[in-house]
Write a protein that binds this ligand. Sequence first.
Ligand code: CMC
Length: 431
Amino acid sequence: MADTQKSATLTIGDDSYDLPIYSPTAGPDVLDIRKLYGQAGVFTYDPGFTSTASCDSTITYIDGGQGVLLHRGYPIDQLAEKSHYLEVCYLLLYGVLPTAAQLEEFETTITLHTMLHEQMQNFFRGFRRDAHPMAIMVGVVGAMSAFYHDSTDISDEHQREIASHRLIAKMPTIAAWAYKYSIGQPFVYPRNDLDYASNFLRMCFAVPAEDYEVNPILSRAMDRIFTLHADHEQNASTSTVRLASSSGANPFACIAAGIACLWGPAHGGANQACLEMLKEIGSVDRIPEFIARAKDKDDPFRLMGFGHRVYKNFDPRATVMKQSADEVLELLGVENNPVLQVAKELEKQALEDPYFAEKKLFPNVDFYSGIILEAMGFPTSMFTPIFALSRTVGWISQWKEMIADPQNKIGRPRQLYLGETSRDYVDIEKR
Ligand code: CMC
């Protein structure tokens, strides 16, 4: 915990309470209210955690006003351009950029863990054919706790390390197999001579009858998508992982909880929802109608891929993603893709509209990612699983940080109770 030299005074009636203030290395000061209930007998009220720091962390920093995202201090645009996903994984997990030897060792370790226990195929086959791949991922990742007993003891640092490596390594295999199962194709086993992104593409698109030649530019674009989604500090799914693991639950169960949270359309599910929305709009002349709907308080419709709890200027991931969309579509010879045209025009018209400017709503990471993924051949149902596999390293890094923190205690929020007070039970015949 940071040192404090400042404090704030809270006055309730005739009583005053001193609350320590911590200054972070970057970002706003933080008021420590941990002793408030014990001293003053009051709770704080912050649904949605809009003003609450749930933990201290050294992993990721976001300055939403400036559109800055740093992993261990390194800006996301530099990492997206100069680094690659497994190096970023190392950085997030261990706090430093690896030397060449450390990176080689890490890549080898991850590569050697990519296969799934053969009996896990039975889990996939237990799902209905039309199951959403996210449903399969939640189930299969949770089920890993039944297969990898030697990495579920969270008090053992070595077991935590093995669980981390297994999750990063096996998640592409799980996501690819969830896809293969949903389209009725045989599972494709990982290949150790391929890099992380190429391996994933091949497991998704190869069939026994015909191998898949990995295009290095597409593999690079895939890797960049993984990198851009790798971590995002205390977002909903990461906080879910932290809360689940605060009870001492095993890492596979906790990551399954994170996947479940990510699925929602306000979070990772937005990439699927965004592409579906762009297709529903269909042509640029229908954009004003959808912008009007997004502004209408009586219409629940929102522009998917727009807005963010933290970014109030621009989402730096969206900038890289837009550039990537242009590159990939040009490579594939589909630069006149009608969905891309609708997306670009929608972005332009929304940014010129006072409603979006006043509420500081900008395209987020999900606005352009679906266009790239679809151009690569992925169905919309695979967009969120790809987000989940990318974010796994972020969840694990935050989980590891939390378990190693001596201040770690079970997460247990309080409430503002507005229900009935005590009343006597009424027998059923008298109601
Ligand atoms: N379209 C239209 N209006 C919007 C939108 C939008 N996409 N987003 C926010 N608003 C309005 C909202 O109606 C509210 O207006 P008012 O103040 O008049 O009530 C105001 O902006 C603030 O919205 P909020 O819901 O209080 O803000 P939040 O911080 O709780 O929500 C958000 C953030 C991302 C959930 C929200 O912007 C949203 O639903 N966006 C669409 C879904 C989306 O793209 N999600 C992906 C987020 S980035 C990747 C990830 O996290 O996984």
